[in-house]
Design a protein around this ligand. Structure first.
Ligand code: ARG
Ligand code: ZN
Length: 537
């Protein structure tokens, strides 16, 4: 992975004002997670550019210009240039799609190491004389392609495999034997710290976005390549393993170890694979699908009580969005204070203890992501609002159903106050300065820039975009749109254009201009129905 190519200068603003604006976000109860921070937006940088160019590398793009290169998946050895995401040109790999990961791993708490094999069943889109997997850190002890040992190279976060015979177009298998300490290995820029693998005093867990699975298993670390996973994880007693999908079995083996086998029933983006190694208290709930929570034993009753209403929430979201896309749901709740966030890991959302401070909002938010993010998944990271805007609006929809329409309106007004700068002005910031700095601090959610994919705007203005659309379309058509979006693109990958097209099909009057303005204008557009306008307009 190389540095992301940014079309936008890093955010620069008077620090005092930035803090004032961002503090207004922190005060927003309906914005769990990302936006809730009192420090300037996270600046994402990936690992330093790799120095050894793979044999067929295309010219590298200048870091000052946005990449305009089309996806390169159809070209032999295309994998060298990533999967074709303009925000992160070297992320993921092209030339093939993974159908299934079979991970056979053992974790050793005495030294924190992980080791075993990853078996990938993939389909080459074209003949490949070499291809890449993503893997950061870890020692690779052997690679086989279709059963034959294959030479490999490590360059930065790329595992470059050059089989003796080119892989023909069609299905092929790769087995990677590896081991090491996965802590601290994830390329910089993953949101949740230096690593997606987080050891703690009770075991370990995984949280990484927009990438990070490659910090603990070799994969095509981009949501555009969703695959099934079968995870076998050997751990000593008393540790237990929680992951995405269904628990197929627990096998006790010699010496007091246990092997937990988890299997997904639907494909997932690699970063959506949950993993918690700990001493979980399992708590079943009666909901529309089997529900089991895995709670750290050190959590207080008040903390675990936050999840009591999950069955109701799930039922409500099913009413709003249509059938729940997976076969089970649950919460993996850690006693760790960091990261100060939760993650919508598939079928088993992961919550740090600190994220519980956001209350029921964060519980609904991660649940809603199962439809919008896990099932209906972005194709490139520019479209992150399709995850976060939808999950944020889902919090407001839940409040609307649970508390009443006033609660929804209050959230909309609050979010608008933050995005339009009125909240900062109310706290004493200079109106003119605010008006001037707004577009730098809150970029448009439809194109936030690679350094700002988790900017508060992606969440709040993303949610407001849906509300603006609803006001335009009317409740009935809007709710029809949400359902049909979730159904039509179930288990797939989508773009903002797909959404605009579907909205335009369903709406009685044209809505593409509204969506364009809300997603791409430098400053949040007015919302005349509620008498709202940004500071200075
Ligand atoms: N996808 C995660 C969520 O919103 C991202 C959390 C971002 N957290 C943060 N501190 N920026 O559920
Ligand atoms: Zn989210």
């Amino acid at each position: 992975m190389t540095k992301p190519v940014s079309g936008r200068p890093l955010v620069r603003f008077p620090p005092g004002l930035a803090l004032a604006l961002l503090a207004t976000v922190a005060a927003c109860s309906s914005s769990p997670n990302g936006p809730v921070t009192t420090s300037p937006p996270v600046v994402t940088t990936l690992a330093a550019p790799t120095t050894v160019a793979p044999t067929t590398a295309a010219p590298t793009t200048s870091p000052s210009a946005p990449s305009t290169e089309p996806p390169t998946t159809a070209v032999p050895d295309a994998s060298v240039e990533g999967i074709g995401d303009p925000y992160y040109p070297s992320l993921g790999n092209g030339g093939y799609q993974v159908a299934r990961y079979q991970l056979d791993l053992a974790w050793d708490p005495s030294n924190g190491t992980l080791g075993g094999t990853a078996n990938l069943h993939a389909t080459a889109e074209t003949e490949l004389s070499a291809f890449h997997l993503d893997l950061t850190g870890m020692e690779v002890t052997g690679v086989e392609v279709d059963g034959a040992p294959a030479p490999f190279d490590r360059v930065g976060s790329e595992l470059i495999i050059s089989p003796a015979e080119p892989v023909a177009a069609g299905p092929f298998q790769v087995e990677v034997a590896y081991r090491g300490d996965p802590a601290g290995t994830t390329p910089e820029g993953s949101l949740f710290g230096p690593s997606s693998w987080h050891p703690d005093d009770d075991g370990a867990f995984v949280m990484g976005e927009p990438f990070g699975a490659s910090g603990w298993f070799p994969c095509n670390d981009h949501p555009a390549d969703k695959a099934q996973v079968r995870l076998q994880m050997r751990v000593p007693e008393p540790f237990a393993v929680a992951s995405s999908g269904v628990l197929e079995g627990v096998e006790r083996i010699d010496g007091g170890d246990r092997v937990f086998t988890w299997r997904t029933t639907r494909p997932l983006a690699p970063y959506m694979l949950a993993l918690g190694i700990g001493r979980w208290v399992e708590e079943e709930q009666q909901g529309p699908v089997p529900m089991v929570n895995y709670m750290d034993p050190d959590l207080t009753d008040d903390e675990t009580a936050l999840f009591d209403r999950q069955p109701e929430m799930l039922e409500r979201l099913v009413e709003l969005f249509g059938a729940y896309p997976f076969d089970s749901y649950g919460a993996l709740v850690l006693d760790d204070e960091t990261p100060q966030a939760a993650l919508e890991t598939q079928t088993l959302s992961t919550f740090s203890r600190a994220s519980l401070g956001f209350g029921s909002n964060v519980v609904v938010h991660e649940m809603a992501h199962q439809w919008f993010g896990d099932s209906v998944t972005l194709t490139t990271w520019q479209d992150i609002w399709l995850h976060e805007g939808f999950a944020t609006y889902s919090e407001w929809l839940w409040d609307e159903a649970d508390v009443g329409p006033d609660a929804l309106e209050a959230s909309v007004r609050f979010a608008y106050g933050v995005m339009g700068g009125a909240a900062a002005v109310a706290q004493g910031a200079d109106a003119e300065e605010v008006a001037e700095e707004l577009p730098n601090i809150f970029p448009p959610p439809g194109d936030p820039g690679p350094d700002q994919v988790f900017n508060p705007s992606v969440y709040l203005r993303g949610g407001l975009t849906l509300h603006a659309l609803r006001l335009e379309m009317g409740d009935e058509d809007f709710l029809r749109l949400l359902k049909s979006w979730a159904r039509r693109h179930r288990y797939g990958n989508v773009t903002t254009d797909d959404f605009i097209t579907l909205a335009s099909d369903i709406a009685a009057t044209p809505v593409d201009d509204v969506l364009e303005d809300w997603l791409f204008q430098p400053v949040v557009p007015p919302m005349p129905q509620l008498g709202l306008a940004p500071v200075g307009q």
